[in-house]
Design a protein around this ligand. Structure first.
Ligand SMILES: C[S@@+](CC[C@H](N)C(=O)[O-])C[C@H]1O[C@@H](n2cnc3c(N)ncnc32)[C@H](O)[C@@H]1O
Length: 328
């Protein structure tokens, strides 16, 4: 369905029953496979159902979570320069757009964009955010796409030819291993096309105390975000996890240069998911997320190996966070 009126344009995507069934099927099969492994693990993309997306927004407001406010400050400080690099008439594609907050800084600075295409796996949250953008930027065409951005997906027809700009903030790229990050960038180079660009927020290596605090906030929001995964499994695929018998754990692994996040079983227990039984020893962990941290040069090497030329990088004065402008 396309809705357009004098005040704003938004293309509502069509999600049919078979697509919804397919995403439920993948969720179920990835959870069952992940819990059957010797080292239990569940892909981090499943942290983001509607509740997970709301909790992530709350994490961004905790005092310990420096990445969001640092990246926003950097975007504000360099918005004009970023907008001039983006050029006129580009389609702006945001990967993992969440609440579409940061992109507003770019939309305010780059007023001649052709369209905004937010892409996210968390459908309800995406549609709400896209609708808010369409209301607040009435001249902009907004085309939300619900999909897993690690898989190939189709852009709207008129965004298929021409140089596009990709925006990947929040250091979401840190959730990938470096090989996965390369694969993602190779795919995104095809999406933005030769001459197009990517603007990527990348968290920097730093004092471990700052990192450990950011992922273990005092209010316990990050813990609720992690534990919501177990509740989501119960809600959507028939699990009987008792979230009170697990705790969130986030630790910096200096050798791997990443935060590693787990759910730890507090005692010996058995859990049923979709008719299958999974046994946990006391202290046994489910790995739920990595967040890799990069030096500037390390990330630029990954970008170069994936078909991008680093054009510019901006870093805050405490060297907490970086924003890279890459040309495909
Ligand atoms: C760390 S949050 C960042 C949100 C927002 N871009 C920001 O900077 O605050 C990651 C976002 O990517 C989305 N996401 C995670 N994995 C995804 C995947 N495989 N495909 C599409 N979206 C994904 C989540 O739903 C979430 O909105």
């Amino acid at each position: 369905m396309t809705q357009s009126n004098q005040s704003h344009y938004i293309q509502f995507e069509q999600t049919n029953k078979s697509e919804e069934d397919s995403s439920q099927f993948h969720f179920k099969s990835d959870v069952l496979t992940g819990l059957s492994q010797k080292r239990k693990s569940i892909p981090c993309k499943y942290l983001y159902d509607q509740r997970g997306s709301q909790l992530f927004d709350e994490i961004c407001r905790t005092p310990e979570y420096y990445p969001t406010r640092t990246e926003i400050a950097l975007l504000k400080e360099h918005a004009e320069e970023i907008a001039s690099l983006m050029g006129l008439g580009a389609h702006l594609i945001e990967f993992g757009s969440g609440s579409s907050i940061k992109v507003r800084i770019l939309l305010d600075a780059a007023t001649k964009l052709e369209s905004y295409i937010p892409v996210d796996i968390s459908r309800h949250h995406l549609m709400q955010a896209a609708s808010n953008i369409a209301k607040d930027y009435p001249k902009l065409k907004v085309w939300p796409i619900t999909t897993d951005f690690t898989q190939p997906f189709q852009l709207p027809n008129n965004a298929r030819d021409g140089c596009n700009v990709g925006f990947f903030p929040g250091s979401t790229i840190g959730n990938f291993t470096s090989d996965e990050a390369k694969a993602f960038l190779v795919n995104s180079a095809k999406i933005v096309q030769p001459g197009g660009s990517m603007i990527i927020g990348v968290d920097l290596k730093k004092d471990h105390k700052i990192l450990n605090a950011a992922y273990n906030d005092k209010k316990g929001v990050t813990s609720s975000f992690s534990l919501n995964l177990l509740r989501r499994i119960n809600r959507e695929i028939g699990g009987n996890f008792d979230a009170k018998r697990f705790r969130h754990e986030a630790l910096y692994n200096a050798k791997m240069g990443r935060m590693e996040i787990f759910l730890v079983s507090l005692d010996q227990q058995s859990v049923r998911v979709n008719g299958h039984t999974f046994n946990f020893k006391s202290g046994e962990r489910i790995h739920t997320e990595n967040s890799h941290k990069y030096e500037i040069g390390e990330f630029q090497n990954i970008a170069r190996a994936s078909g991008f030329s680093p054009l510019k990088v901006w870093v805050d004065h405490k060297s907490l966070f970086s924003i890279h402008y890459l040309r495909a």
